[in-house]
Design a binder for this molecule. Structure first.
Ligand SMILES: Nc1nc2c([nH]c(=O)n2[C@@H]2O[C@H](COP(=O)(O)OP(=O)(O)OP(=O)(O)O)[C@@H](O)[C@H]2O)c(=O)[nH]1
Length: 141
């Protein structure tokens, strides 16, 4: 197996505790499935910088890398050649209104409802972790 592919993704959470998922365009790998916005880390790029770049490209929003809080990670070994490692960050602060610049559709909903959507296998445990994190009492500031 070669080097893992590193993918960064964001759980954008609004004031009502809803999370944003986007639908991958039909024709791409995982086309039609619902995923967290994000993408591959480029060589030499810090993960949070890569995610801020992807969120600007895909949603047209501005996010400070410091506003991206690591939440969890998961490994998708279900690929030829190399495993995919996905780092999920939680984010509650951004500027702009997310638009579907790279996806077929966007959807805001509570994690419990999003779990019914078809999604890539690596997203399933990450969404479950997010659901638990949002259900837990808020940490002391
Ligand atoms: N952004 C994102 N990608 C995911 C998720 N789950 C998951 O398996 N992936 C996979 O991780 C990879 C993300 O890379 P990407 O979004 O830059 O891929 P891409 O095909 O759009 O870009 P590329 O054409 O430049 O390779 C894809 O293979 C995608 O299917 C997820 O929740 N969010």
């Amino acid at each position: 197996m070669g080097s893992p592919i590193l993918v960064v993704a964001a759980a954008l959470i609004d004031a009502q505790g809803r999370c944003l998922m986007q639908q991958r365009p039909v024709g791409k790998q995982h086309g039609g499935l619902w995923e967290f916005p994000g993408g591959k880390v480029e060589p030499g790029e810090a993960p949070a910088d890569a995610l801020a770049r992807e969120l600007a490209e895909e949603l047209g929003i501005v996010v400070a890398p410091a506003a991206l809080a690591p939440l969890s990670f998961a490994v998708d070994p279900n690929r030829p050649g190399a495993a995919l490692v996905m780092l999920l960050y939680r984010c509650t602060r951004w500027s702009g209104v997310p638009r579907a610049l790279a996806a077929d559709a966007l959807r805001w909903d509570v994690p419990r409802a999003l779990a019914d959507l078809p999604m890539p296998p690596v997203d399933v445990p990450l969404l479950a972790t997010l659901q638990q994190a949002l259900a837990a009492p808020a940490p002391l500031a």
